[in-house]
Design a protein around this ligand. Structure first.
Ligand code: UT7
Length: 336
């Protein structure tokens, strides 16, 4: 048995900054509401014609991660790509990364676990490395939300929150099993699938032809829907549970955490968790203020920035935790 460790990190966000005031010009919203409820000040949106897609942003992040890991693309054995906003309905973006990076015909797996996508993805990659099947796995979380949001007052409760971007990690075999990814825990509760969802088009519901035929301007089924307060209440409970689960498994206590990287869903959720675990400001990393919620990309972007700023160092106990649509949630405890 081996462990896996994160040997390289990278991220990419589009250049175009969209402030809260920019949004207030196209819908009935305001900077105060958005900041107070979410902590978000600005987010990035792709610009049509720039060529940024979920897959291409993932590739840009991946190139940085591979360079920092100091490995050649030939050494990558497998790709795991987490997103809720794929370039195509199918195939998923994993194969587009394989093509774009000119990798051998290695396997490419797509993970559909929304905000928990990156934690699910590194858990999958970790299992492949633990068993000895693969040595180096490219794990990507990337989202292009902006072109799929209802950017009118009707959609404001959701559209002000989400931003575009990508993050990537290279997971590499670690012989020392007291280091690297120590544990991952994954959960789901499908009973609440529709509380945070984009339900159409879907094979089980309304398909594209139905939508086109009906041509109903009131139809919002192909925009994301979120029952915000219900999601919020579940998030704070599940975040706490799954962080504790990871700590207990490793006989650690909240005071052992050197850096907590929560999925960037809402600054108020992160602050609640921080307070609950008694962590000081320097032990929780937040960047939702700059990027909004980038779903599967939020943890790898935040982790990369924390690492770049020297806030994640060798020997540190780093905890990743996520909650989101599904509902799904999970955590990873890492000895850096
Ligand atoms: O990443 C996946 C996990 N996601 C989460 O964990 C998110 C969890 N939920 C939340 O973060 C919060 O519920 C939100 C930030 C989404 C919303 O905050 P809230 O305090 O739950 O607001 P609300 O939806 O209850 O809306 C309060 C009011 C409503 O007006 P009335 O009915 O009180 O007159 C909304 O229409 O705020 C109104 N509103 C807005 N006003 C200005 C909703 N969106 C906006 C907006 N600007 N963008």
């Amino acid at each position: 048995m081996y462990n896996s460790k994160i040997s390289g990190l990278g991220y990419y966000v589009p250049e175009h900054v969209v402030t809260n005031n920019d949004l207030s010009k196209i819908m009935d919203t305001n900077d105060e509401w958005i900041r107070e409820r979410t902590g978000i000040q600005e987010r990035r949106h792709v610009v049509k014609g720039d060529g940024d897609t979920t897959a291409t942003m993932g590739v840009k992040a991946a190139k940085v991660a591979m360079e920092r890991a100091g490995i050649d693309k030939k050494e990558i054995d497998f790709i795991v790509f987490a997103t809720l906003s794929p370039d195509y309905y199918f195939p998923g973006p994993g194969v587009l990364v394989q093509k774009e990076l000119g990798l051998d015909t290695i396997g490419a797996l797509d993970v559909r676990n929304q905000c928990s996508g990156f934690v699910y993805a590194i858990s999958v990659a970790d299992q492949f490395i633990k068993t000895g099947m693969y040595k180096n796995i490219l794990v990507i979380g990337s989202e292009l939300h902006s072109t799929g949001l209802d950017m009118t007052t009707r959609g404001r409760a959701v559209s002000v929150i989400f931003g575009d971007g990508a993050g990537a990690a290279v997971l590499t075999r670690e012989e020392d099993t007291t280091r690297g990814i120590l544990s991952t825990h994954l959960h789901s509760e499908g009973e609440h699938a529709e509380e945070l969802a984009l339900t159409a088009p879907g094979m089980g519901g309304r398909w594209v032809l139905d939508i086109l035929k009906e041509n109903d301007p009131e139809d919002t089924s192909y925009y994301p829907y979120m029952n915000g307060q219900f999601v919020f209440k579940n998030a704070v409970v599940r975040f706490s549970e799954v962080i504790m689960e990871g700590l207990k498994q490793n006989k650690l206590h909240p005071s052992d955490i050197d850096m907590l990287i929560p999925h960037q869903a809402n600054l108020r959720i992160s602050q609640f968790i921080q307070q609950k675990f008694g962590l000081s400001d320097d032990k929780v990393y937040n960047n939702i203020q700059k990027y909004g919620n980038t779903t599967a990309a939020s943890i790898p972007i935040a982790l990369t920035e924390a690492w770049e700023e020297g806030k994640v160092k060798e020997g540190d106990v780093v905890v990743l935790a996520a909650f989101g649509s599904g509902f799904t949630w999970g955590s990873a405890v890492i000895k850096w």
